[in-house]
Each structure stands twice: as C-alpha cells, then as structure tokens.
Write a protein that binds this ligand. Structure first.
Ligand SMILES: *[C@@H]1O[C@H](CO)[C@@H](O)[C@H](O)[C@H]1NC(C)=O
Ligand SMILES: *[C@@H]1O[C@H](CO)[C@@H](O)[C@H](O)[C@H]1NC(C)=O
Ligand SMILES: *[C@@H]1O[C@H](CO)[C@@H](O)[C@H](O)[C@H]1NC(C)=O
Length: 167
C-alpha cells in the first residue's frame, strides 16, 4: 500500500512536469507493400526494460516519442525511466539489424527533418526496413548500407514520418 502511494505520487508529479515535450507518433510510409504503410510504431515488451520496435495499424498502444537533443526517446510518464531508441550493432555481416527501445538508454544521431521524416546519421545506415516477423506483426529493422542482399518478400523499405499527437 505504502509503495503504491509513493509510486503514484511520484508518477503524478513527473507526468505533470513532463507534458511540455513536443511529442509525436512515428508512422511508416513509402513502402511497396500496402500492408507496411500507415502503421504506428510501438514498443513490444521483450524483457525487463527491453522492447522491440513493432508496427501496428492502430495507435492504441503507439509510443509517444520525442527528441532529446539527437536521442529519440519514448515517454513512459517518468523521465527517469524514459526509453530510448537503439540500433543494434552491425555484426555477423548481416544486411539488417534490430531496432530496440530500451529503458534508460539512448543512442545519438536521430533527427526529424523539416518534411517530418525521421533520419539517423550514421555511416552504415541504409534506411529502415519493415518485415513480417516473429512477434506476429510487422517489425522495424535498420538496413546496413554495405551489405546488400535481396530482401525477403515479407520485408520492404519504409520511410518513417512523425505525426503530431493532438492532445
Ligand atoms: C534529456 O537528456 C538529459 C541528458 O541525458 C536528461 O538529463 C534529461 O532528463 C532528458 N530529458 C528528457 C525529457 O528526456
Ligand atoms: C525529406 O527530407 C530529407 C532530408 O532533406 C530527404 O532526404 C528526404 O528524401 C525527404 N523525404 C521526402 C519524402 O520528401
Ligand atoms: C553526421 O555525423 C557526422 C559525424 O559526427 C557529422 O560530421 C555530420 O555533420 C553529421 N551530419 C548531419 C547531417 O548531421
């Protein structure tokens, strides 16, 4: 009981001081597969403080994202536990890799361009990929520019755009 009260009080306080951030949904566009367009990015829980970036047709569980300098973060109501985007490191000569959203960690290099696209500045970055994958929903990956292979037909290149959250 006491713990709940403390947690509630803290959450209320933090949520109040957190409302000012410019937050947005992230949506997919530009795919050659219509099933990969107009999807909202959400965090799919994979372990304590760990999530995969998956894509959904509705915004019920969509993440509320914001930029902190060049870190792309997800608002979970408590700034001390903000989740940040991480592109899994290029390894094993793979042609694409995971995009994860993890607690209290964030990678620099993200930006939102003037036309609303979400960009990442990295030498190996070759764009975003949506693939029908093991969470039973399209999942977001990043393409490694130097390793070009034919992508499976269940994957397609996508552009990520921001959509303002009307409150
Ligand atoms: C932005 O990042 C700074 C430095 O890591 C951190 O102190 C601050 O709490 C962050 N703000 C938000 C709203 O994420
Ligand atoms: C948006 O702007 C970026 C950076 O200027 C550019 O690379 C990209 O092609 C533009 N995308 C669209 C859909 O216009
Ligand atoms: C990308 O990062 C490099 C190295 O940090 C920097 O020199 C360059 O100006 C950045 N480019 C953009 C478009 O932010």
């Amino acid at each position: 009981m006491l713990f709940t009260q403390i947690a509630l009080a803290a959450a209320t306080f933090v949520a109040g001081s957190f409302a000012a951030a410019d937050e947005f949904y992230i949506k997919t566009t530009g795919s050659s597969l219509s099933s990969h367009n107009d999807l909202f990015l959400e965090a799919y829980h994979t372990g304590a403080g760990l999530a995969d970036a998956v894509l959904s047709t509705d915004n019920i569980n969509a993440g509320h994202f914001y930029l902190n300098d060049t870190e792309l973060r997800m608002d979970v109501g408590d700034v001390d536990y903000a989740y940040g985007f991480e592109l899994a490191a290029d390894s094993g000569y793979a042609a694409w890799q995971f995009v994860t959203i993890n607690v209290q960690t964030a990678q620099s290099g993200f930006s939102v361009e003037s036309n609303g696209t979400v960009a990442f500045n990295g030498t190996e970055f070759g764009g975003w990929l949506a693939c029908d994958w093991w969470h039973g929903a399209p999942q977001l990956f990043w393409k490694i520019e130097f390793d070009s292979v034919d992508i499976p037909s269940s994957c397609s290149s996508v552009t990520l755009v921001t959509q303002a959250i009307s409150s």
